[in-house]
Design a protein around this ligand. Structure first.
Ligand SMILES: Cc1ncc(COP(=O)(O)O)c(C=O)c1O
Length: 411
């Protein structure tokens, strides 16, 4: 994120804080849709042959989902019926949804089909058998084989549990064939916050080999879904080049490519502003409790085993201390930031940038703190000066499982 953009968010946050009551107010989000727009455009430029199916699980905020729908998103990766319903309510055609979930109940498979979803995946014989029993009710369901190609350097591996290892593929492919089910393509995910492009290359190699085998059985698979893993920490242009070159090298140009980026689209566009509500000064360090922690808005600390940087919103240039910031819960591991920071006081505000990925979506109400319903303030779009609007019925009928309450105001 450029320093200019940071400054814009910073000033916007200060404006909001100045209008709020420091004593009683809790934290809030800032949504900067221009950053998601930039991410969509950059993604499409780097991967011109690949359709962008935003992974809703990363951040199901309805304003974001609607914004992606209206601004170049080609479709959505949904993991559950609730995600599917939200995406459809927000205007995306069910034909543009991939139900990228390895484990679905029979009920979920049938409901998703009734809602119009036609693309899913399997990674086990048991799931193939389940689909086989429902075959007459889901005649034109397209099925991808989820395979493994893992980036060992990814911050969060999805290998092991999800996807077929190379020596398991033939068995499941043959089972699909014997059960007279469709086989339409390959799906893989190299791991979240990936660093190495080798796993994309390897995934495309396995995809190519599996497609060739399927063709020998009489199938005509024409989809490869390369999953997510992209971030703003590793050049998307580099990933894009390797993927595009490999597509040409393996003669995969007639295949429809999908990708399911989550973090790359949602991460940068949300910042969180938290209030200091407690301070404990020890000899050489200060513990701060802020209004939100690893079980709330900054929940990405838990699954990514990272702490996140924050910056004082109203710096006074005080003495520097090693500072530990944690949430309000009774969990002593609820720590979200460790850094040298000027001394702060209760009532001061700090801002966390780029916190849109796996934060709101993993947020709990642990200890009774209603973290899922923090307000979101929208920076207007640069070109139109408009804020993102939702169809009015979504405000009323949002999917509570995804989003406690919209709780959203324009400043
Ligand atoms: C199947 C699937 N697709 C896409 C994603 C999104 O990944 P990322 O946010 O790393 O782009 C995930 C993340 O867990 C996933 O499980």
């Amino acid at each position: 994120m450029s320093s200019l953009v940071k400054e814009k968010i910073f000033e916007f946050a200060k404006e909001i804080c100045n209008q709020r009551n420091h004593e009683s107010e809790l934290g809030f989000w800032i949504f900067h849709p221009d950053l998601t727009l930039d991410a969509i455009n950059h993604f499409k430029a780097a991967l011109p042959n690949v359709k962008l199916y935003y992974a809703v699980k990363c951040n199901p905020n309805p304003y974001l989902v609607k914004f992606v729908t209206d601004n170049g998103g080609d479709g959505f990766d949904c993991a559950s019926l609730n995600e599917i319903k939200e995406v459809i309510k927000l205007g995306m055609s069910p034909e543009k949804i991939t139900y990228s979930q390895i484990a679905k109940t029979s009920y979920e498979i049938l409901e998703a089909y009734k809602l119009g979803v036609r693309l899913t995946l399997v990674d086990s014989n048991e799931e193939v058998d389940k689909l086989s029993k429902l075959k007459n009710q889901i005649p034109d369901l397209k099925i991808m084989l989820r395979i493994q190609s893992n980036d060992p350097t990814a911050d969060y591996s999805l290998g092991g549990r999800f996807g077929l290892e190379e020596d398991e593929i033939d068995d499941v492919l043959n089972n699909l064939y014997e059960k007279k089910l469709n086989m339409n393509g390959i799906h893989f995910h190299i791991g979240s916050l990936a660093h190495s492009s080798n796993a994309f290359r390897n995934g495309l190699r396995i995809a190519k080999e599996t497609i060739d085998k399927a063709k020998k059985l009489g199938y005509n698979p024409n989809i490869i879904d390369i999953g997510g893993g992209f971030s703003h920490e590793v050049s998307i242009d580099h990933f894009g080049k390797v993927i595009t070159d490999t597509i040409h090298e393996f003669n995969l140009d007639d295949i429809t490519f999908l990708a399911e980026p989550g973090r790359y689209i949602a991460g940068v566009s949300f910042s969180y502003v938290a209030n200091v509500i407690h301070k404990h000064k020890k000899k050489d360090l200060i513990y701060y409790t802020i209004c939100e922690g690893s079980h709330g808005a900054i929940s990405c600390t838990s699954i990514f085993h990272r702490t996140y940087d924050c910056v004082p919103l109203f710096p006074k240039g005080g003495k520097m201390y090693y500072s530990v910031f944690g949430g309000q819960t009774c969990d002593s591991h609820d720590i979200v930031t460790e850094k040298n920071c000027e001394e702060l006081n209760v009532g001061d505000w700090v801002i966390y940038y780029c916190l849109g990925a796996y934060s709101m979506s993993l947020c709990t109400n642990f200890n009774g703190f209603e973290s899922r319903t923090r307000p979101i303030f929208h920076l207007p779009l640069q070109d139109t000066k408009e804020t993102v609007k939702l169809p009015s019925d979504i405000e009323k009928n949002g999917i509570p499982a995804l989003w406690g309450l919209p709780g959203t105001w324009d400043l």
